[in-house]
Design a protein around this ligand. Structure first.
Ligand SMILES: [Zn+2]
Length: 500
């Protein structure tokens, strides 16, 4: 950080009020003041008076007539991220969100036998057992934290969470935080967009993923202007496995469409809401659905692309028998659906009109005169299949394209952690949610600048930031050294708080 300040041009140093060489102490002091102001709720803009007494460092009370607007921490993080994205970079209506584990710097003092995760958490299986040689708890540990959960380190907010295994490694328990990130996703069928982080939310590990996700979405929505509304959110099963009350419903109440993947426990056949219907994998079907299309397999990791495409084709065949929306949901969430013969997807002998349709459509095996649901319309209450429903039927080619946009975001997040920021334990060496969040927000804003530069360079386009600050447009030469320097300087800033 001090290096970055030293690198600033003379005018920028003047604007910051830097008359001398910035020292580590100065940066640390500024950081401490910022934390105090955020904690006290006294950070505000625009101010017509200084909010810190320069001689004593005391926070000054705001005079009554001061037209200030207090900035809560979440808004501060959001504004910081916003500031890293030039106006010329378009934001879409689609948000992809993801949560990643972030270990506390504090030393672990005790171990839990079981992962201490929210009951709404995905089923935890096959986690690495605690190493008994290392697992002796220190005297008087674990403590009971301010939230009633076990506290296993001096970090007052760090909790035990479960990190699922990847690429064949087993899942494990870790002590720290869940870092939830919101990323601008490509519009369905739209052009590629740069990978930009537009929101962040840090919560103690093992806490409720759905609630944290909704908090994050609200943070992003609050800062979007008119015409920049968020209407769809792509999130993995960590979010969508949560009860509908804490994920699907809050999203729909915000006019946001959840785009989800189903867990094994969310799949299967259930009776439908009216006779001769059946609910399968979150979709409502006419009973005319042939049996071979009912119990289709899932998509295991590493499935060859050709096999995957073929299997999506089977789900597409199944989709012909589904009920489809007949109207938009009303205010209370009730929505009209029409049967597959009404929608012109199948030919059913009970609905002569459908027989006039093209012969390329499947003809159902319904017995004429025996009641079937192919030609019915019905109104579905919002709680019917609330947990599993989405605009495209799970498993279909259309669904794969919709949900598949998450893949870019997922790989982007991996890049953040491993290639760009090395966001591992010790990346920030402070304790508590707020202190960590502030440092992470600055790092992520800097990362946006670097990623944008990279994105534009790859496409041989002018990087808006380099252009604005009149930097030579040679991203391939500068980007890596800059990325590296910023990481090291951020780490230097954080090393002032001794580990617990
Ligand atoms: Zn029928």
């Amino acid at each position: 950080m001090t290096e970055t300040l030293a690198d600033l041009p003379h005018t920028a140093r003047h604007d910051l009020g830097l008359r001398e060489e910035a020292t580590y102490r100065m940066v640390w002091y500024a950081y401490t003041l910022l934390i105090r102001a955020l904690e006290a709720g006294t950070l505000a803009v625009p101010h017509n008076h200084p909010w810190v007494d320069r001689s004593t460092g005391e926070l000054l009370p705001c005079p009554r007539d001061c037209p200030h607007q207090p900035i809560p921490p979440a808004e501060f993080f959001g504004r910081l991220l916003d500031a890293s994205v030039p106006d010329s970079v378009p934001l879409t209506e689609a948000l992809a969100i993801d949560s990643t584990d972030y270990e506390t710097w504090a030393r672990r003092r005790s171990w839990a036998r079981k992962p201490d995760v929210d009951p709404d958490h995905l089923p935890v299986k096959d986690h690495k057992p605690v190493n008994h040689a290392q697992s002796a708890n220190e005297a008087s540990w674990p403590r009971t934290g301010h939230d009633g959960r076990a506290q296993n380190s001096l970090d007052p907010d760090a909790r035990d969470g479960y990190r699922s295994g990847t690429n064949g490694t087993r899942g494990s328990v870790f002590c720290g935080y869940d870092l939830h990130l919101a990323v601008n996703a490509r519009s369905l069928g739209g052009p590629e967009t740069p990978f930009i982080i537009t929101g962040m939310h840090l919560s103690p590990a093992g806490s409720h993923k759905g609630r944290a996700g909704v908090t994050l979405i609200d943070q992003v929505r609050a800062r979007r202007g008119k015409g920049q509304v968020v209407t769809e959110v792509i999130g993995d099963r960590g979010y969508s496995y949560c009860k509908p009350e804490t994920w699907a419903w809050p999203l729909r109440a915000r006019n946001v469409e959840p785009i989800i993947d189903l867990h094994h426990n969310q799949r299967g056949q259930h009776p439908g809401p009216i006779p001769a219907t059946v609910v399968i994998d979150g979709g409502l079907f006419s009973d005319a659905l042939p049996h071979p299309l009912r119990d289709l397999p899932g998509f295991p990791i590493g499935m060859p692309a050709a096999d995957k495409a073929k299997l999506h084709g089977r789900y597409d065949q199944r989709a012909a028998y589904a009920f489809t929306p007949h109207s938009r949901p009303d205010k209370d969430g009730y929505q009209r659906f029409k049967g597959p013969a009404v929608a012109g997807k199948v030919r059913c002998p009970n609905y002569p009109r459908s027989l006039r349709g093209s012969h390329t459509r499947p003809t159902t095996a319904c017995t004429p005169g025996t009641e079937c649901a192919c030609g019915k319309t019905l109104t579905l209450a919002p709680d019917v299949t609330a947990w599993t429903k989405q605009r495209n039927l799970w498993g279909t080619t259309a669904w794969a394209a919709d949900y598949g946009r998450r893949a870019a975001v997922e790989s982007g997040n991996a890049e953040i952690k491993t290639h760009r920021l090395h966001m591992d334990r010790g990346f920030t060496r402070v304790m508590g949610t707020l202190k960590n969040s502030v440092l992470l927000a600055f790092s992520l804003a800097a990362l946006n600048v670097i990623l944008l530069r990279d994105w534009h360079a790859k496409r041989r386009r002018l990087d808006p930031w380099s252009h604005l600050v009149n930097e030579p447009d040679e991203p391939n030469v500068t980007k890596h050294t800059r990325a590296k320097r910023r990481t090291t300087s951020l780490a230097t800033l954080t090393s002032g708080d001794p580990p617990g």
